[in-house]
Ligand binder design. Sequence first.
Ligand SMILES: Nc1nc2c(ncn2[C@@H]2O[C@H](COP(=O)(O)OP(=O)(O)OP(=O)(O)O)[C@@H](O)[C@H]2O)c(=O)[nH]1
Ligand SMILES: [Mg+2]
Length: 190
Amino acid sequence: MTSAKIVVAGGFGAGKTTFVGSVSEIMPLTTEAMMTDASTGIDNLDSTPNKSTTTVAMDFGRVSLDDDLILYLFGTPGQQRFWFMWDDLVRGAIGAVVLADTRRLADSFAPVDFFEDRGLPYIVGLNCFDGLRQHSVDDVREALSIDPSVPIIPCDARNRESTKQTLITMVEYAMRQWLAVRSAAAAQAH
Ligand SMILES: Nc1nc2c(ncn2[C@@H]2O[C@H](COP(=O)(O)OP(=O)(O)OP(=O)(O)O)[C@@H](O)[C@H]2O)c(=O)[nH]1
Ligand SMILES: [Mg+2]
């Protein structure tokens, strides 16, 4: 039995808590707080008018991908004022899913940069709100300057099969990256 830690990151309201909640086999641990008037003018709710809470620390969930692989999921807070926690949350993770809302693509720059800077493998999940994807995968890749080797896949954060498939893609990608780093190190040693 192996376990691995995965981070679910992304901009404010991209669907991180929804993603962890839809796929987790245990009742997810959430740290939601009511949005108050204090966030007016700071947090943009135009795209998610029904959103009444926000994550103030983290989400936590667990999912078994098969008989011998358990994933522990850590969702980050999305509000910029809580980003100082991200460094602690990613410690020990094998990789991350960056959820992007294609209606607010600019919110994905900082999360993508965060994982690029730290050299942690990440994939991008395009959370298709209301089934709409406003930009193609190729356009998103170009807009966010993401390397062709990094998977970018559409997903629905509310759908268990979709979130599970996103996680499988993440794990496969992290393993490929890890093997590539290991064989490069072995080649250097010879
Ligand atoms: N229509 C639709 N709504 C979604 C989808 N994913 C999330 N939502 C809704 O969008 C809102 C934001 O979802 P959250 O899961 O709280 O987003 P978050 O990224 O955890 O937000 P923060 O923690 O505040 O950054 C909620 O009202 C969700 O019900 C989706 O795929 N489609
Ligand atoms: Mg959240």
